[in-house]
Design a protein around this ligand. Structure first.
Ligand SMILES: Nc1ncnc2c1ncn2[C@@H]1O[C@H](COP(=O)(O)OP(=O)(O)OP(=O)(O)O)[C@@H](O)[C@H]1O
Ligand SMILES: [Mg+2]
Length: 252
């Protein structure tokens, strides 16, 4: 039976869709059967990250009973399946919790992982996605506005009875103004299960419509995403850092 894991954030633009696309790829590399679903039906863009801006059948069609789930499912070349959302303004909708859980539940016997790309914030779109999932991973940047919103999200997730697996801290630049990892853990009262550095490979890979794990598989960020995937399946994983990164580490 699949684990339904929602990737959620309090603040927008912190890296949810990037994490979903890359976790799906990395979990697939580890032999997991993955379905990624774009449950962000107002500002959807998982499909863009995965190569095609426009799909004939999308999650909105399934929710509106115009299509079956399997008709809205597409294959990514790296091996996982995904259900995109429609990007057009006319298809914007705010799904109810039961509408999403019907779709998610119809797939639980068909995958190991169902990864949900959620809308940001604490509105109904986000709470429906979190409430329809079993587990959540909170993603944040290491700055105070993002962390404050992440704290609110963790409280809401508790009320929705989603098991919080921990926090991914994205866009780490090791600058003085960033909150250190141990303080983030205390502030949110959650373990940090992944650290992803600021990396130019990410916007470049998005412009190439590829997860960075495929686009630049040996990059440090690709290894960081693999580390998070390994954590989710309880597997030991020693990231293979590029030589230049190791060299800088030694010099420091
Ligand atoms: N580690 C990183 N290094 C550099 N750029 C990054 C990193 N992570 C994300 N970005 C950039 O941040 C932008 C936002 O990422 P993404 O779309 O994944 O966020 P999101 O949380 O899904 O946003 P939304 O709340 O709008 O759905 C992207 O354009 C991406 O290029
Ligand atoms: Mg997004």
């Amino acid at each position: 039976m699949a684990r339904i894991v929602c990737i959620a954030s309090g603040k927008g633009g912190v890296g949810k869709t990037t994490l979903v696309a890359n976790l799906a790829t990395a979990l697939t590399e580890f032999g997991q059967n993955v379905i990624a679903i774009d449950a962000n039906l107002t500002t959807s863009n998982l499909g863009l990250h995965l190569g095609v801006p426009v799909y004939n059948v999308t999650l909105q069609d399934v929710i509106s009973n115009r299509a079956r789930v399997k008709d809205a499912m597409y294959y990514h070349h790296s091996g996982f399946r995904f259900i995109p959302a429609d990007v057009s303004i006319s298809k914007i909708m705010t799904p109810r919790l039961n509408e999403l859980s019907d779709v998610f539940f119809s797939l639980v016997y068909d995958a190991d992982f169902i990864l949900i790309d959620s809308a940001a914030g604490l509105g109904r779109e986000a709470t429906s996605a979190i409430g329809a999932s079993d587990e959540i991973v909170t993603i944040t940047n290491p700055d105070m506005p993002a962390l404050t919103d992440a704290l609110k999200l963790t409280r809401v997730a508790e009320e929705l009875e989603a098991k919080n697996l921990g926090v991914v801290v994205n866009r780490i630049r090791k600058e003085q103004h960033e909150m250190p990892i141990d303080e983030i853990e205390k502030f949110l009262d959650l373990p940090v299960i992944g650290k992803v550095h600021e990396d130019r490979n990410i916007p470049v890979s998005i412009s190439k419509k590829e997860p960075v794990v495929c686009y630049n598989p040996k990059s440090r960020v690709a290894e960081e995403f693999r580390g998070i995937a390994a954590y989710l399946i309880g597997r030991e994983y020693e990231p293979r850092l590029p030589f230049v990164t190791r060299l800088f580490g030694w010099l420091r």
